[in-house]
Design a protein around this ligand. Structure first.
Ligand SMILES: Nc1ncnc2c1ncn2[C@@H]1O[C@H](COP(=O)(O)OP(=O)(O)O)[C@@H](O)[C@H]1O
Ligand SMILES: [Mg+2]
Length: 377
């Protein structure tokens, strides 16, 4: 797919800009804090309705303004699609596809696919379980858009359950019939989330393993899903159980932890407490891998995301590379740039063009960002 035009109104540091893209290879250059990441964030937002760094949509609105608007024209399978989001808190954000309102997030994000690779991703292994779940959930949402609704439903139930747990004030002798209702709903939605994650990781790791082998010259990458409900699930083998198996275990675990959850006043197990770990030649990468090896893992994962989107829904997702090239050594940088399919539109941000080989710069459309304005070079 291809983004032809991006228009922003009162978004981050931009009052009113419009950029036309005419190439598969786009480069934004500019000094620090000029708004390069903000631009990639806007593109990413249209494909996920999630910003990788903002905690709330309100942060995306230009300071001292009330409404912000992100709009793009994209081409997918030769069809033009216009996507538009209006953020105007406390109202619900407005989503439009070709001028028609959409109520469901999945009906909006299903129109555009991206893979975003930022310097933050390089810290994925050393980061928190939260970071790793977010990476996984967003990667899944690019292939199964309806997954975002399931996640939202789970989080809503969890919030309601937490509020209820707090209202019990640690009293284990209270009537817990309401808790049983929340738990059953949590188990149904959560077991499905875990099932989808495990199957996704199985498919993704097959591709990532190959990429990793090529970049590292023969190291063996494997991934394990660490579930608070069913323990460690290696993604090297196809999951042998069904959704029902996870559901039964979910119910059992919630029953076991009931008293502890009441005492602590919060949900302590579920898909929101799961994690993912990575292994190189069977030793855990977080503990034993060098920084370079960890970077190779992340690079392999990102390239695997791209390949998996292509395999599953036949789309060349737009690749967004935020400042990462400068962080990669020559070998990984070359591998990455050479691995990108020529039909994959790639938007890169960088402080300057020094990191790029002349060969790469030949077919690139370069924009310079300065003083909140964008000029084509
Ligand atoms: N909501 C906002 N309104 C106005 N300016 C913002 C907002 N959010 C961030 N900025 C500004 O955007 C700039 C950072 O942009 P960023 O895209 O991270 O820069 P770069 O990637 O080029 O280093 C900072 O100058 C910051 O003050
Ligand atoms: Mg930046």
């Amino acid at each position: 797919m291809f983004i032809k035009k991006l228009s922003l109104k009162n978004y981050r540091n931009y009052s009113d800009i419009s950029i036309n893209f005419n190439s598969e290879k786009i480069l934004f250059i500019g000094k620090n804090a000029q708004g390069k990441t903000n631009l990639l964030e806007a593109v990413y937002y249209l494909s996920s309705l999630d910003s990788l760094r903002a905690k709330s949509d309100a942060e995306l609105i230009k300071w001292n303004e009330e409404i912000c608007n992100i709009k793009a024209e994209v081409k997918k399978f030769d069809v033009d699609i216009e996507l538009e989001v209006t953020i105007n808190p406390p109202n619900r954000k407005k989503l439009k596809v070709n001028g028609l309102n959409k109520n469901k997030s999945s009906d909006f994000i299903s129109n555009m696919s991206t893979v975003c690779f930022t310097t933050n991703d390089l810290l994925l292994l050393r980061g928190t379980p939260d970071d790793r779940r977010k990476w996984l959930d967003l990667a899944i949402s690019q292939i199964f858009p309806a997954y975002v609704e399931r996640l939202a439903k789970y989080n809503k139930i969890r919030t309601q359950k937490n509020n209820y747990l707090k209202s019990l004030k640690g009293n284990i002798n209270s009537d817990t019939s309401m808790l049983d209702i929340w738990n059953e709903q949590l188990a149904i939605t959560g077991s499905n989330i875990i099932f989808i994650r495990i199957n996704f990781l199985y498919e993704l790791q097959k591709i990532a393993k190959e990429k990793h082998k090529q970049i590292s010259e023969n190291e063996d990458l494997s991934i394990v899903y660490n579930s608070s409900i069913i323990g460690d699930v290696p993604s090297t083998e196809k999951f042998e159980h069904n959704n029902e198996y996870i559901l039964e275990n979910f119910r059992k675990k919630l029953e076991e932890k009931k008293q502890e959850e009441i005492i602590r006043g919060q949900s302590i197990i579920g898909s929101h407490r799961d994690d993912i770990s990575f292994f190189i030649n069977k030793s855990e990468a977080k503990k034993y891998a060098s920084q370079g090896q960890q970077r190779t893992i992340v690079l392999s994962l990102k390239l695997a995301e791209l390949a998996f989107i292509k395999e599953k829904i036949n789309i060349n997702a737009i690749l967004l590379l935020d400042d990462v090239l400068a962080e990669l050594d020559d070998i990984r940088q070359n591998y990455l740039l050479n691995a990108i399919d020529k039909d994959t539109q790639t938007i890169i941000t960088s402080v300057d063009t020094l990191n790029f080989k002349e060969e790469y710069l030949k077919n690139v459309e370069i924009f310079e960002i300065k003083d909140n304005k964008i000029n084509i070079l």
